[in-house]
Design a protein around this ligand. Structure first.
Ligand SMILES: [Fe+2]
Ligand SMILES: [Fe+2]
Length: 408
């Protein structure tokens, strides 16, 4: 059974609740009691797209990208690295491609191991005279982290910075198989630091989620699961810092993280943020971690990735349960908003082609950027979309059932 199908089945089972079990907001959240095949909506069948090598459509919105790097250079250099067949803006390619494994480019700028495509963010007009080699094409790109539940403040994803002045989060020395090359070891250390900081931020994200859920009267079961998930993230962060240290990261101490207070909480707003940050983010993280574990040949790293994959799948199920609970008393408003959010997340992607061998670190548990994007796209289209449709359908049927009740 393919990993996409297994994850979809697990989530579907966790959400397989009887339709129209109750018509009031005071009903407790029921536990799964019936087989998925008897629970109304059924998962869509697998299809041939469960294939990493397939040509895929990549969503523009990528909440699993957690760090931005920048590069500015003269046009000639940018054009030399320009992606094939991309448009020029003021003589600068819209995107530049970097061979995976690139560790530095430009004047001291360091690029992550799993960064591939940089996107143009700024140009100078072509008729401007560049003095002293001043750069005229500026790009930015993101690290392709596994993701998980992000900490969003305003419109920004927020993570702490590594700061050796603080206490290390690495709990134990782990024996991993080290690549021979210093560059690869550095890339692995950076990649695991990136994941560690994202996991660290997830702790705060779940803490804020507790307050936001309480503000809309969430039941105890959801609050308890949210607290357990936050503790999972503490463990994930420590595991990732352990691996970063094993590959030679000089410091594994997250510095201060901006304080993220609860956002204005209505049932609609909690549904929207839970959907994006949990249903999408955690589902993608679970699949990426599972796929990375499958490709990894180091048993120590594989064990970490398996642990994280299982936990993230449970966190994804929690997010879906929250959305399901919020949809139970929905008059159609939340459902419509979630569909709009979903379309904004998944529509407008770029075409990517199959892998081209840039998976040098897969045996160490790091998927290449393209494989990460494909996994994310598959999670979006084959899991998140059908799950959302099924929950909305379930909510709609429950509403119709209540409307038809004599005592409603
Ligand atoms: Fe996590
Ligand atoms: Fe998580």
């Amino acid at each position: 059974m393919h990993d996409v199908h297994r994850l979809r089945r697990a989530l579907w089972t966790a959400l397989s609740l009887p339709i129209a079990a109750g018509c009031t907001s005071t009903d407790p959240v029921p536990k799964p009691q019936v087989e998925p095949s008897k629970a109304g909506p059924t998962p869509p069948p697998d299809d041939a797209k469960d294939n990493v090598e397939a040509v895929e459509r990549v969503p523009d919105s990528r909440p699993w990208a957690c760090e931005v790097a920048h590069w500015c250079e003269a046009r000639a250099e940018a054009i030399a690295l320009g992606s094939p067949n991309v448009a020029l803006t003021n003589g600068c390619p819209a995107t530049v491609e970097l061979p995976e494994g690139t560790t530095s480019i430009g004047a001291g700028t360091t690029v992550g191991a799993t960064s591939v495509t940089a996107t143009l963010v700024h140009t100078l007009p072509p008729d401007v005279v560049i003095e002293g080699g001043k750069p005229d094409c500026c790009y930015s790109w993101t690290y392709e982290c596994r993701g998980g539940r992000p900490l969003v403040i305003g419109e920004e994803l927020v993570v702490a910075r590594i700061d050796a002045a603080f206490e290390s989060w690495s709990e134990s020395a782990v024996g991993v198989r080290l690549p021979a090359g210093r560059d690869q070891r550095d890339q692995l250390a950076r990649a695991w630091l990136c994941d560690a900081l994202f996991e660290h931020a997830s702790i705060a994200s779940f803490a804020r989620s507790t307050l936001e859920l309480m503000a809309v009267g969430a039941p105890a079961s959801l609050l308890a699961e949210t607290h357990r998930a936050a503790l999972d993230e503490v463990r994930h962060a420590a595991l990732c810092f352990d691996l970063a240290a094993a590959y030679g990261a000089p410091a594994t101490a997250p510095g201060p993280l901006p304080c993220a207070g609860p956002r204005a909480s209505s049932r609609s707003s909690v549904a929207r943020t839970t959907f994006v940050e949990g249903c999408v983010g955690e589902t993608v993280a679970a699949l990426v971690a599972k796929r990375a574990a499958s490709a990894c040949t180091d048993p120590v790293v594989t064990a970490v990735l398996e642990t994280i994959a299982d936990d993230e799948a449970r966190h994804a199920a929690l997010a879906w349960k929250v959305v399901q609970w919020l949809l139970r008393d929905d008059d159609g408003t939340i459902a419509a908003e979630l569909k709009t959010v979903w379309e904004a997340v998944v529509v407008g992607g770029n075409e990517i082609t199959d892998g081209d061998g840039r998976v040098a670190l897969a045996e160490y548990g790091r998927l290449g950027a393209r494989a990460t994007r494909v996994a994310a796209q598959q999670a979006h289209v084959q899991i998140v979309g059908p799950m959302l449709d099924a929950l909305i359908q379930q909510s709609s049927r429950a509403r119709e059932s209540c409307a038809g009740s004599v005592w409603a």
